[in-house]
Ligand binder design. Sequence first.
Ligand code: AHR
Length: 640
Amino acid sequence: MILASIFWFAASVAALTLDVASSGGNRSSSLLYGLLYEDIYHSGDGGLYGEMLRNRAFQGSSSNGAASLARNTDYWYPVGNVSLTIDTSSPSLSSSLPYQMRMDVAVGTTGTVGFYNEGFWGFNVDAAKRYIASFYMRGNYNGTVDCYFHSNTTDQVLGSSSMSIDQTSSEGWVQTFSTTFQPSTTGSDANNTFYFTFDGSKLAGQSVYFNILSLFKQTFDDRYNGVREDLAEAVENMNAKYIRLPGGNNMEGNGSPFEWKWNETIGSLVDRPGRPGTWGDIKTDGFGLLEMMKMSQDLGLEVILGIWTGLYLNGEIISEANLQPYVDSVMNELEFLLGDKSTTYGAQRAALGFPSPFRINWIEIGNEDYLNGGTSSYYSYRFMAFYNAIHAVYPSINLMSTINPNPVKSDGSSLDLHVYGNEDYFVSLFNTFDQASRKYPVFVNEYAATNTGSNNVGQVGAQTLGMSCAEAVFLLGCERNSDVIVGSAYGALIKSYNEAPDTVAVIKHTANEILYSISYYVQKLFAENMATETLPVTATNGSFGPVYWSATANSSSTILKLVNYDGMTGSSNAVQVNIEGSSKTTATLIILTAPNSTSVNNLPSLGGESSTITTTTLSGSSGSFFVSFSKPYEIVILVV
Ligand code: AHR
């Protein structure tokens, strides 16, 4: 069918002719397609971070959409004749985790007692994968603990592991691990719970205490305390080149003193207090600085490190007189990441299992400092305090401003622009960078078409083909100017499908499914088909709109990306492409489209994807090819 709609005729008449020159463009940025990672919408806890139990260490809670330090036993439910409460008796597991769950077992109890956790909207139970459970317990118990999945749909036990414990309260906290186990049966859906059960007769009349109850499925690259395999693979398959972390608004914190603090996210999980996140949930910080850096390494991603620079989302700003400790903290963080083992913090990193320093070439000084009253302090002292300190020690690191223009307009500085808006706005930005100053590199470290057409009300969580094509038009504008637009990343990268409200994200997940948005495929295809230099294109018989384009080349191929945005189909809107100097008679044609502009992708269990990607071979003659569109909204990539 595709061949019927995309065809080549020597005698066909095109609406538009594009002559692609063989040279004369600019060098393209090798970083052009990147990622933003922050723990937003359960992209970390309950998302990428492999921990499957929710509220594992009683670090706080969420009420009315806001994270708080109020502790409770949410997501935990009693089994048998027990009560579960939050407890602060001594000794606590650590000064960072002073709250624990107490299980009181009634006098005379027999049979099974314990508790179960409902996970982050259920559990993925996969008989082909390995799992491991663990917990810290204080109290007297000599008996077995059974850990198992239970399907609420089929009322079946899906897989279990038993461990023997023999401990007394005088030993304090003891950590116990299950053996690694594989479920006997794959869950029919995510509606599963995870149980820890004990012999009630051996606990009758006693109280026992629990903290850091944990369950991991085998992780991406089998890392300890690692990331969820399928989500990491989804990210890996985007073929991005860089990742900005740890945010975003989540780095900023809603108010004092809840900014993201690097030193509270490293080392033993026992020493990580967690914090109220910006996006409504308490953060375990189990997916901390080193876990993020390790994941970035595993995915082959360059890191843009975000640092907190004294502005909270509620508008609180650290005064100039009080800023130095925050600058010092950043310098310690950089020594931790970049210093060799002879340095104080480099030695700390090495002791945590990372003897080799990481590599950081880019640092972003803050996040969206033009919001919440941040502009004047950013320009008057905040930016320069961090710039001067970092530049003095690490002169080769490029330092990025979050406000345009960068307070420092010399080599070694850059800028991050964030672009959100409706579909029409994105299309209107196609040529916005054509005349941009070439003074310093610009990243668009967050972009997303958040609504259809000219609609400005709220966000349409389900990204339509129209929205994705509008993003593609914008990205063509970036690619055509990728001598100055050196990076782009969608905001947000990952979201839990279950969390309300629905907002835009490239990848959405449930416990056992992944929804790849059409925006995901746009980025993936654009990143996979990116060459090393731009090529000038001369248009005759037409100009930009409804068809938009960008051409790049490397030593072996010329790549022309075309977006038909609300255009005609068939020969009335066809494009004659002539590649200067090419004698090739075939080209690879990649087409991303969907039935109509409002089409969206969904979870596999809810209808699956409406978008399709087809790859075919297109015949031509001496570097000339005839391309016609089969849909009014369509992305076509021609690789010659
Ligand atoms: O989608 C990402 C969020 O939107 C980021 O946290 C923030 O920087 C932006 O406003």
